[in-house]
Design a protein around this ligand. Structure first.
Ligand code: NAD
Length: 487
């Protein structure tokens, strides 16, 4: 098996196996080939990982921020040196084209280690509060043992986006990747050890929806950060509330991308394609409801159709490939069902709509698909598909499109394409979302906060804001004179 790791779990600085766990087969989405066989964590493995994290954390938190930051920066350097190897592994794990993974996955993880290593070295300082004689000060302290639970669309990036701020702030982490993509996080754990991270601070255990609750319910865990779907988010937040753990929820979306008639149409088409077809549509913040102002609809669809038809679908290891398979057979089936619903409910199929004929029948491929004349009530306009299916809806005016854009339980992201900057800012002000773009889409550099509102979650990843979600404030009041007691 060409991607078999040394063992399933990485705990306390080394690979650990326990073959009493349920078997997890890792399948290469382009061919269905079994590339690794792992075991889900047993309760004993979960205990071992949490115990290692608990033991290692206080010493790490006591190190100087510069020393912690230096290790994270070294991890970033190693990830960049091994970008090709890590990107190939990410492609095997997810089926995403190497053309993407080589620029977007390990590199984004490395950015995260570099950024948080630098920020923590620069200081996550508290404040001094004069009180006229007495005074107080505050400091930010780590939470302790944090749990990260990942989705399958960006396995390495998700592991790093959670590990980097958690470790920078002085916490330890136990990370559970998605059962669909178990491989990348193990490499991140190896690299952190090589960079000098003390043992026990970043542990990876495998498992599925039965394993996650063992972590979330554990009394020694102070925080849970989940990237996943809304239904999973509800379960995890409810379980974490049982003993008032901190939570960050990065959940799903059905984001509006609004194209006004004064925009550069080619840019808007490019933005809509990036915001629907990148990673074969498996991106939480995708702008899957593309609202196009009526008078440019025909021209927009004409250019969109031509560019979508020209996309290169095929072998993800081929540098020219732009669209790879879905992550799993189950996800492919789900997406194909949505496409059938779109047809049945009366949307106009512009391009795609099925399985491409130039690829292996064993792979989990779906054609990039565009529906036009989609209405707000259609299933494909309401539910998160998580595949390469773009819905184009028409609108007449600004007030109407804002109301329709907001008419969803989700609130992850939104985008506006227009050359009128007053309108752009007016519209984003009124859109209910956590992350918004003007005249671009889906760019998430580590410097900016990323996260959702409404049912898309709470808490933020990336930026200094993430450090606040992996630490808490301690306030110290200092009395400088005798205590004035009235009794
Ligand atoms: P999922 O919700 O099925 O699973 C996510 C993770 O949660 C997996 O590791 C899974 O094993 C675990 N899990 C499932 N049930 C659990 C439970 N009861 N307790 C603890 N852990 C549990 O999601 P998925 O199918 O892996 O990923 C796709 C979803 O993730 C989409 O909805 C997508 O929008 C969302 N997503 C969001 C972001 C974001 O940053 N907002 C990023 C990527 C993906």
């Amino acid at each position: 098996m060409r991607a078999q790791p040394t063992a399933s779990h990485f705990i306390d600085g080394e690979y650990v196996e326990d073959d009493a766990g349920t078997v997890i087969e890792s399948l290469y989405p382009a061919t269905g080939e079994v590339i690794a066989r792992l075991y889900a964590a047993t309760p004993a493995i979960v205990e071992k990982a949490i115990a290692a994290a608990k033991r290692a954390q206080p010493e790490w938190a006591a190190m100087s921020p510069t020393a912690r930051g230096r290790i994270l920066k070294r991890a970033a350097d190693i990830m960049r040196e091994r970008n090709r190897e890590l990107s190939e592994l990410e492609t095997l794990d997810t089926g995403k084209p190497i053309q993407e993974t080589i620029v977007a996955d390990p590199t984004s993880g490395a950015d995260s280690f570099e950024f948080f290593g630098g920020v923590i070295a620069a200081g996550l300082n508290g404040s001094y509060i004069p009180l006229g004689g007495d005074f107080a000060y505050t400091k930010r302290v780590p939470l302790g043992v944090c749990v990260g639970i990942g989705a399958w669309n960006y396995p390495q990036q998700i592991a790093c986006w959670k590990a980097a701020p958690a470790l920078a702030a002085g916490n330890a982490m136990v990370f559970k990747p998605s059962e669909n993509t178990p491989l990348g996080a193990l490499k991140i754990a190896e690299i952190l050890i090589e960079a000098g991270l003390p043992k026990g601070l970043f542990n990876v255990i495998q498992g599925d929806r039965d394993t996650g609750p063992l972590l979330v319910n554990h009394p020694d865990v102070a925080k849970v950060s989940l990237t996943g779907s809304v239904p999973t988010g509800r379960k995890v937040a409810a379980a974490a509330a049982g003993n008032l753990k901190h939570v960050t929820m990065e959940l799903g979306g059905k984001s509006p991308l609004i194209v006004f008639n004064d925009t550069d149409i080619d840019s808007a088409v490019g933005g809509a394609m990036l915001g629907n077809f990148y990673s074969t549509g498996q991106v939480c913040s995708n702008g899957t409801r593309v609202f196009v102002q009526k008078d440019i609809k025909i021209e927009f669809l004409k250019r969109l159709k031509a560019r979508t038809e020209a996309m290169a679908i095929g072998d993800p290891m081929n540098e020219a490939t732009q669209i790879g398979p879905m992550v799993s057979w189950a996800q492919r089936e789900k997406v194909l069902e949505y496409i059938e619903k779109g047809k049945a409910e009366g949307a106009t199929l512009v391009v795609g709509g099925g399985i491409p004929n130039n690829v292996s029948g064993e792979g989990y491929y779906v054609q990039p698909t565009v529906f036009a004349d989609v209405t707000d009530e259609m299933t494909i306009a309401r539910e998160e598909i998580f595949g390469p299916v773009m819905c184009v809806l028409d609108f007449e005016d600004e007030a109407e499109v804002i109301a329709r854009g907001n008419a969803t339980e989700f609130g992850l992201a939104a985008g506006v394409f227009t050359s009128d900057m007053s309108r752009a800012h007016r519209v984003v002000d009124l859109l209910e979302a956590g992350t918004l773009w003007i005249n671009t889409y889906n760019l998430c550099p580590v410097e900016i906060p990323f996260g959702g509102s409404k049912q898309s979650g709470f808490g933020r990843e990336n930026s200094i804001a993430a450090l606040e979600h992996y630490s808490e404030l301690k306030t110290v009041y200092v009395g400088m004179g005798p205590v004035q007691a009235p009794y």
